[in-house]
Design a protein around this ligand. Structure first.
Ligand code: AKG
Length: 230
């Protein structure tokens, strides 16, 4: 199937949408302040699945405006499949390679029944490492990926997609408390933070019942938020 023949997907031809004020900006910034205080000493950069243990993340994934937007896309029954927090400390090189959220060695998400969200807790601008997206890339489906050793497991993301020559993507600045909703096949990345403050964002994968196709025999760990069928 070529990109032109493929259906554009839940988020339309661009494959992503801005979500304004999923939480009040001050609340996002207050969570960020708490995270900076908790992790400044260790300079921890990645928290996996904070919605399993941290109250702020449990509240974030349930934020009414966010949940309503997700339900509008994938229906009334919604669970969280994964969350992934990235803290980009100022002056530390940390690039997230080009990747798609809906596929890894463990599973593949049905793009018609799942959606990814990137939720800003601080302002994110091109200089501080906001997301770069390849608009329309979701129409090419899931692409081959490779392990990128340089971005090793310690940083939690080991998958990389090679772009064609000349492709650079498009920076999407996002204010604290706002975010992006993305097709799970949208190719995106983020550069290092070269500004003075930490840049913090939470990536969430939301699924409807039946959206997860397991690839390695393991069981997905779903946190139901609404509806039935779990
Ligand atoms: O927070 C970032 O810079 C990128 C995170 C991301 O793309 C992801 O977790 O899928």
């Amino acid at each position: 199937m070529t990109a032109i023949e493929a259906a554009p997907g839940l988020l339309g031809p661009r494959g992503y949408r801005y979500l304004r004020d999923w939480t009040p900006p001050g609340r996002g910034r207050a969570w960020a302040t708490g995270l900076i205080a908790a992790h400044r000493g260790s300079m921890r950069e990645v928290l996996r699945n904070p919605h399993h243990t941290e109250e702020w993340a449990q509240a974030a994934v349930r934020a009414p405006r966010l949940l309503a937007a997700v339900q509008g896309l994938i229906g009334p029954s919604v669970a969280v499949e994964n969350t992934f927090l990235v803290i980009k400390w100022p002056g530390r090189g940390f690039e997230v390679p080009w990747h798609q959220d809906g596929i890894n060695d463990r599973l593949e998400l049905d793009p018609a029944q799942s959606v990814a969200a990137w939720l800003a807790l601080t302002d994110a601008a091109p200089g501080s490492g906001c997301l770069r997206v390849l608009p329309g890339s979701q129409a090419s489906g899931y692409l081959p990926y490779e392990v990128e050793a340089a971005h090793g497991a310690a940083r939690g993301r080991a998958l990389g997609i090679r772009l064609s020559d000349g492709e650079q993507g498009h920076s999407v600045p996002v204010q604290a408390g706002s975010g992006l909703l993305m097709d799970t096949r949208l190719v995106h990345s983020s550069p290092s933070n070269n500004e003075a403050g930490a840049r913090i964002g939470l990536n969430v994968r939301f699924v409807a019942p039946g959206a997860v196709r397991v690839r390695d025999g393991s069981s997905p760990s779903l946190t139901p938020l609404s509806g039935t069928g779990w």
